[in-house]
Each structure stands twice: as C-alpha cells, then as structure tokens.
Design a protein around this ligand. Sequence first.
Ligand SMILES: [Zn+2]
Length: 277
Amino acid sequence: MEILKSCPCCGSKNYVMSPAFIFPFVSNRIFGQPTIELEKSNLTDIDLRKTLVGTFTFKCGKCYYMGNAIRYSQEQMELLYKGYRDKSYNEERIIFEPSYKERITNLEAQYPYLKEVEKFIEDNTKNIRSILDLGGGSGINCPFRTSKKHSCWVYDLSPCKLVKDIVHWSKNEERRNFDLINCSNVLEHVPSLEDFIKNEILNLDFKYLYIEVPNHEPEKNPTHDVIKKGWHEHINFFTKNSLISLFEKHSLIVIASKFFPEKKEARSTGILLERSS
Ligand SMILES: [Zn+2]
C-alpha cells in the first residue's frame, strides 16, 4: 500500500491533501474492519465509537486529477474485487449499503448512450473491424458488438457469463493485434495507472484506444470541483486534461474527446487515442 506523493497523471507535485474516509464495505473487504470501534475516552468528551477508517483525498493543482491518496496493493485489490458482483459479493455489500440492491440491475445494463459512443468512434477512426473490450465484464458495453461487420473479444479478470456476439480473449492467445481497444469504466478503479497502461494496454498491438471514465470535469459541472470526503471503489476522478497528460507520456495521442450522453447531464468522459508508430 502506497501514498500518492505526486499526481499519477501529470506528475505535478503541486497538490493538496484533505482528510477523508473509506466506505465501510471497502475497508471491511480490504482491512477486515468496517469501522474503528473505540471506548469513550477519559481524556476527551468526544465519542469516537464507530469512527470510519481514514484516508486522504489527493487533488492535483495542475491537471485537477483527484483520487484516494492511499493506493491499494495487488493483494488488497484482489480482496476488494473477489467475486465482483456475484451472489455472495452482492449479499455482503447489501449488508453495508442496503440501496445497492436496487442499483445492481442498472449497473449491469447496457449504457443508454452506447450508440452515441459508436458514432463518435466511427466518425474519428478508419477501418475498425477487430475490437478488444478490456475489463468489459459480460461485454454488454463493447462498441459495435451487435454489428455484423465487427469481431469483438472481451478480457476480464472476473469470470462472467458473456452476452451474445462477443467471445472471451485470454493472454495466452496468439492474437494480440486489434484495431481498437475499448477500456470503458475501468481506469477509475485502478491504483497503479502506470503499471496498468504498461502491462495491460501497451503490450497489445493496436491502432486506436477508446477510454471512458465517469465525468468529473469541473468546467462541465462545477459540483464536481468539490473535494471528495469518502472513497469507495472508484479511487480516481479524472478531468479531460488529466487523461491527456496520463496517455501522452506513452506516445498515445488524443484525436477526439466527448462527453456522454450528449443531450443530458454528462455522465461520462470519452477520449479516443491513436498510437503513434
Ligand atoms: Zn495532475
């Protein structure tokens, strides 16, 4: 487990740290402890029973990236995501977060703006036929999955029943070249962004990369400029500038970006990158 000491996107050391907490479901999974339970102290009249497990919020003063300052280790990530969204995971989470029961169906549905994403990719690229959905779960949100002109694969650490028109891809397979890598709603969960880009993205052969993350652009929505107090499974909040800084270090050039859906309050930020050869 490490603590951020510079911005993981732009590298700036110009940042602020603010006190924050880790949500009980997450601290229970990772540390085996949902809250800190203390007796009322003789030295103070503050009742510290059921204090939440603490962390800090890191906010970059240059690109406005914001994240949980504590970066979980690989082992801790495995504890957090073990059986992700399976029956026992859902039951455990509902104990801490009763409203999760109602949210599960929405979390597993197709994005209502997927056609907009497909049009955005089509308008800004050439000759896309093969697509790998990296971290795509069931593959339900893989662009062009239902088009007969494209071939789609999905790679995900959590074994998951796939939807129609997409097949599993594994690291042992010979095929490593794709026209497009789709990495949608993954980066906000990743503690080591550099390792993820180097080990999971750059060792594939591809021309285009589509990245989508929840929208936290202060310019688009000023309420997103508020410094977060609590951290759950999303540990990275990106602005468009922070994503550009993150990828340009690896010779990935942003060719277009867009907020989705177009006509309502923007829920996601999508950026399309091209690998320079
Ligand atoms: Zn930054």
